[in-house]
Write a new protein. Sequence first.
Length: 639
Amino acid sequence: MKNTYLLLLCLSISVVFSQNKTASTKAIAESELKSAAQLLSVEVNPNTQNYDITYHKLEFTLNPTVKFITGKITTTFTAVTTMTTITFDFANALTTSSVKMGATNLAFTENTNNELIITLPAPLAAGSSATVEVNYSGVPPSNGFDAFVQTTHNNTGIIWTLSEPFGARDWWPCKQDLNDKIDSIDVYIKAPTQYISVSNGIEPEPPVITGTTKTTHFHHGYPIPAYLIAIACTNYAVYEQTGGTFPNEYPIINYIYPEYYDSIQPQLDETPNILALYETLFEVYPFHNEKYGHAQFGWGGGMEHTTVSFMVGFDRQLIAHEMGHQWFGDKITCGTWKDIWLNEGFATYLADLVIENFDGVDSFVSDKSAMISDITSVPNGAIYMTDAEATNVNRIFSSRLSYDKGAMVLEMLRFKLGDTAFFQGMKNYLADPALAYGYALTPNFQAHMEEVYGQSLTEFFNDWVYHQGYPTYTIAAQNWGAGQAKFVVNQTQSDASVSYFEMPIPVRVHGAGGQVADVVLNNTLNGEEIIVDVPFVVTSVEFDPERHLIAKNSTITLGNDAFTLDQAMAVYPNPTNDYLHIQMPSNMVLERVSVYNNLGQVVLENTTTSINVSALSTGVHYVDVQTSEGVFHKKFIKK
């Protein structure tokens, strides 16, 4: 979807997506921001905040050969505070002919600030509901967003809408508030009989033909924001499919230009397969009581209008991205521009999962490598935006940060939690009744992932979502006694906002006989020594071979130093203020640990590899570690 009041869009990606990921993501982002050079005012209209819309009946009369619209909009709303007037966002270029409440004509004014102000017949108390009917007509403005477009394809007229971010007011009186979804809508489109009309939801009954005109009725019974309501009308050819499995089957209805029908139909045949994958990984298609589908239009990308994505092309990855928005963006919409990654990063990652599941691990690794290269091409930048950044469409729709980094953070979270917990957390997030068919902020998502993980993820979200940059790792590896290898991890950061990126590090080790083992280094600090079990002598090592991490120019080297028992014994962290841990080869047996102060007095004794030293005085202390292989002497600093 596009986003601009949370729009998420997706743009096209080719079948060789994994090889051209960076260019494709940039194309998606550019199409979604739509007006890339502008600064947007993201302030909602304060004059529309005293009511909540619950229902719209939208009746439009149009002809695809003429840029003109006649409409009757019936709106039911509930007062938040006592109201004497109601204000709608409404383009100056359109003209209201009448406003009614029932049979009563109401007074109204259209100011020069794109507002329609209606005087109610009596004060409406908070909590009370009312319905008004607005009749209007005119030529929707072309103001840089082109929310209402009349053009041609193959010499045939077409009208289509794309209301992102604030374009809905350009073709109907509405409330363009990100945080006020309309409970349900009915859309009636009257057009010449030779054309086929498209909108959200399903057709409850066949179109009604009256003379030379045909009226098509669509009903959408799920909450929807104004910017996701869309219409289109031209000489579409219709290709129908079926999605879902019993008892949650639903129609897939595709509206295609006749001149492209034969070439596009094979591409559309991927649609049920992608829907099935998402339903397996996450949940049943959120709008399965209605339909899914696509409508071809002329904008250079795609837009995930609820239940019917508007598309310029139909390659698999564009279909996958826009479809992903039906879950992440349409069902749950990001609550602020700062949280746009909950839409764009998630839709990007869902399209990546299509590569993983349909094309295999190698293609998925190639895909992730391209994203990592894009992310690390600049040393700074956070997923979560500042107030100033959230007013800049170029920053909101940054392909590097909102899309690629957002997707790769999900990949890292999946690696950290494991597949079972990660996908369960995603399912729980989608099923949360406080978020479903409403809005979410980043802390809402974090809370669900922490619940399945069983631990805090504050450090992870601070490092990778709220702060900037990425790490470069320098890791030294060494064979370390019988059946073990030792790794010393050091890291630098590309941006000072993060002091240390804590993250499990995947490493692949190889043996002379063709043996391969994947190990994970649970790294939390610089200079950390980590000993892992490896059932063979290591002859070569690889850093993050399957590209789970955002990192740049990282190296891992295997040393040839001779192994000694004294080297194998280590105490960490050093300095420490609470616990001291003893690290030693697995073929050693710990017998006793004695801690001495600088006067040579025994101040602590223990028989475990984790010692609580919080009660010791500050300064240098000495440790005798008695083992089955002898006594080893170490020292540490108590902070």
